[in-house]
Every structure is written in structure tokens, then in C-alpha cells.
Design a protein around this ligand. Structure first.
Ligand code: NAD
Length: 356
């Protein structure tokens, strides 16, 4: 057993069908909050307000101007809406959690998060802000939600295509946790279990989006995925998606779902131990090809070109990704290797592992 460092993160988690409806008032009440800022998307505002009905007298303001990737001007408006608030309650996907984090970053207000996708941001201390076409991320313990209420019922309305892409985004957190900079035996164990839950839940939710048990498996997998990612940090895959997302405004979850198999193939020869644990958790011999195939079977677009990216755009991000690529990525990241990886992800061809 090698020596390791594991930064366990604080946070309370309440998980279960009906948890948001039954436990949210008490969880918010535990903070003694009387002037809550509710952060939600415009589309999610109705259901979010319904959840707040039992403590409506303690909701002082609602911010529903959430935009993908948290543009700085949105962060500023959300911070203005937080004037006088004593708690931020976010109800929504990763963009909503990210907006709540932007508020906490400058105000220090505690966050109670109710996630409605499988993004996992609610258990990480990572914030992200986008200015123009450049996304900046950072880590700050103040943005880590203090309490997370996971309610699989809230994910029943997530459309199948988005459910699959978001579930594969969680899969990316698990997979990358095996070679991310602060990986350790604890984060790897959590990631492996996350892969098992996600691999079981994804096809079941695609087959029947109303399957409550499958929704619970995906949400538990997403929680484990976010927890592993929060500890291990982000590696090459996240750096690629972060640059592409910021530069071209690509949809976060689908970008992850498309790129992941290609990064897996790229790292396969440099990380045989990780590959064998990922393969065993997935129950598949070739994880890169298996995840590509799974995405295709479940309706994820094959390539980034289907998200509207032009082929010429791919070469414009090479330098930015190279500058961010972790020095200890299992396979050395060269301009040529990265170009091949990104063009394959753009075209949507099956990932090429060495033995395929
Ligand atoms: P999102 O929050 O933008 O949501 C995608 C779409 O789904 C939106 O249109 C939203 O209104 C809709 N939606 C959400 N929940 C729904 C539900 N239950 N029913 C119906 N529709 C629903 O997307 P996302 O993939 O959840 O989050 C992506 C963002 O999260 C990105 O900006 C990404 O960088 C960030 N993120 C951050 C971290 C972190 O640790 N900081 C981790 C993961 C993701």
C-alpha cells in the first residue's frame, strides 16, 4: 500500500424519493435562515417554488436568470439579488448550482443544494465563471454546499436524451478520478462504485425514464461521481471539455459524453491499472469502445460536429488545452496526439485503442 493524502470534504447529504418535498423545510430551518435567496432556472422556477411552499415566508427573493456556464454578468445579477439574504437555496442542474456558488464565492453565504441533474457540482468546492468565451474555474471551500438534498423524483422530468448525457457526464467524473492529480485509494473506490451504479442506471432510465429505482441508481452514481471528482480533481478530459465549453458554448453534458471515450482510449496504454478497474466496474473488456457504443445506443450524438462545432474550430483550442493538461497525465499529451483525439471526437468515429 503506497502512502496517500485524502482531503475528506464536509457536507450533509439527505437522499431518497420525496426527500425534497419532505425534508427541505427542516434542512433550511436547521440554518436558522429567514431570508432565503432561491436560485433556479426560468424553466425550473415553477417546481422550485412549489418545493419552497412550506417555508415560503422565509424565501426573500428568487433569482431565475441562470444561464449555462455562469456568465459573469449573470453572477453579478445573482449577487445583487442576494443582498440581505442569509442562505442560498439552489434547485436545478449544474448551471443553477454554479450560479449559487458564484454568489457564495463573494458573499460567503451557505448553500443548500437540491440537484435535478447528474452534474455533481453540489458536492465539489469548484466554481466556474465565463467571461466572453473564456471559462475560469477555481476552488474555494466557501462554495461547497453545506447540505445537499438528493431526490430522485425531481429527476423524473429530465428528458431521456439529457438524462443519458448527464449520466455520462457523471461517468466522466468517475473515470477521470482514476488518473486525476489528487487520486487516492479512497477516491478510486468511490469512483468504481459510482461507475457500477451509473452503468446499471443509464440503460434502465433510457428504456423507461419513469423507472424510480433506475433514477435513484443514477442519482446515487452521480453523487459518488461528484464526490470522487471533488477529491481527485480534474484531468485531461475535464480540461478539454472546459475549454470547448467556454470557447463555443457547447452543451456541457453532451460534450462530456462525446469526448470521454476518446480520452479513455488516449490514456489506455499509460494507465493499465485504471483501465482494468474501470473495465471491471463497467463489466466490459474495452471501456473506451463500450462507453462510445453505450452513448450511441442511448442516443448521444456521435461527434462534436453534431453539436454545431466546425472542424476548423478544433485546431483553435489545441494550445489552450495543452496549457492546462496535467503534467502527470498517464499518456504524454502532445500537439499531434491531442489533435488526433479531438478530430476523432469531432467526427464521432469509434475511439481507437491500441489493440483495436
Ligand atoms: P444545466 O444545469 O445547464 O441543465 C441542462 C438543462 O436541463 C437546462 O435546460 C435545465 O433547465 C434542464 N433541467 C435541469 N433539471 C431538469 C429536470 N429535472 N427536468 C427537466 N429539465 C431539467 O446542465 P448540467 O449538465 O446539469 O450542468 C452543467 C454545468 O454544471 C456546466 O456549467 C458545468 O461546468 C457545471 N458543472 C460544475 C461542476 C463543478 O464541480 N463545479 C461539476 C459538474 C458540472
Amino acid at each position: 500500500m503506497s502512502t496517500f493524502v485524502h482531503d475528506a470534504l464536509p457536507g450533509r447529504v439527505v437522499f431518497g424519493p420525496g426527500a425534497a418535498r419532505n425534508a427541505l423545510a427542516a434542512e433550511v430551518g436547521a440554518f436558522g435562515a429567514t431570508r432565503v435567496l432561491l436560485v433556479t432556472s426560468a424553466a425550473g422556477a415553477g417546481p422550485a417554488r412549489e418545493l419552497c411552499a412550506p417555508f415560503a415566508d422565509r424565501v426573500a427573493a428568487t433569482f431565475s436568470g441562470v444561464r449555462p456556464h455562469v456568465p459573469v454578468e449573470v453572477a453579478e445579477r445573482a449577487r445583487a439579488a442576494a443582498a440581505g439574504a442569509d442562505l442560498v437555496l439552489s434547485v436545478g442542474g449544474g448551471s443553477t448550482t454554479g450560479t449559487a456558488k458564484a454568489v457564495a464565492l463573494t458573499t460567503g453565504l451557505p448553500i443548500v443544494a437540491v440537484p435535478t441533474t447528474y452534474a455533481g457540482s453540489e458536492v465539489t468546492p469548484v466554481w466556474g465563471l465565463t467571461e466572453g468565451s473564456r471559462k475560469t474555474t477555481g476552488t474555494d471551500p466557501r462554495v461547497l454546499p453545506r447540505t445537499v438534498v438528493y431526490d430522485p423524483d425531481l429527476t423524473l422530468t429530465l428528458p431521456p436524451r439529457l438524462s443519458v448525457a448527464s449520466g455520462l457526464n457523471a461517468m466522466a467524473h468517475c473515470v477521470e478520478a482514476f488518473w486525476a492529480p489528487r487520486r487516492n485509494p479512497v477516491s478510486s473506490a468511490v469512483a468504481a462504485d459510482g461507475i457500477r451504479h451509473l452503468a446499471a442506471g443509464l440503460p434502465a432510465v433510457a428504456a423507461d425514464p419513469a423507472d424510480g429505482d433506475a433514477r435513484a441508481a443514477l442519482l446515487l452514481g452521480a453523487y459518488l461521481a461528484g464526490s470522487a471528482f471533488a477529491v481527485a480533481g480534474s484531468g485531461l478530459h475535464h480540461k478539454i471539455c472546459h475549454v470547448l465549453g467556454g470557447a463555443f458554448g457547447l452543451p456541457h453534458a453532451e460534450t462530456h459524453a462525446i469526448v470521454l471515450p476518446h480520452v479513455l482510449a488516449f490514456n489506455a496504454s499509460g494507465a493499465p491499472g485504471a483501465m482494468s478497474r474501470i473495465a471491471s466496474a463497467l463489466g466490459q473488456d474495452d471501456p473506451a469502445r463500450a462507453l462510445h457504443r453505450l452513448g450511441r445506443e442511448l442516443g448521444v450524438p456521435a461527434g462534436l460536429r453534431e453539436l454545431g462545432l466546425r472542424e476548423a474550430d478544433v485546431d483553435t483550442v489545441l494550445d489552450d488545452v495543452l496549457a492546462l493538461a496535467p503534467a502527470d497525465n498517464p499518456s504524454p499529451v502532445t500537439t499531434g496526439g491531442l489533435r488526433t483525439l479531438l478530430h476523432a471526437a469531432w467526427a464521432g468515429t469509434a475511439p481507437a485503442t491500441e489493440d483495436s
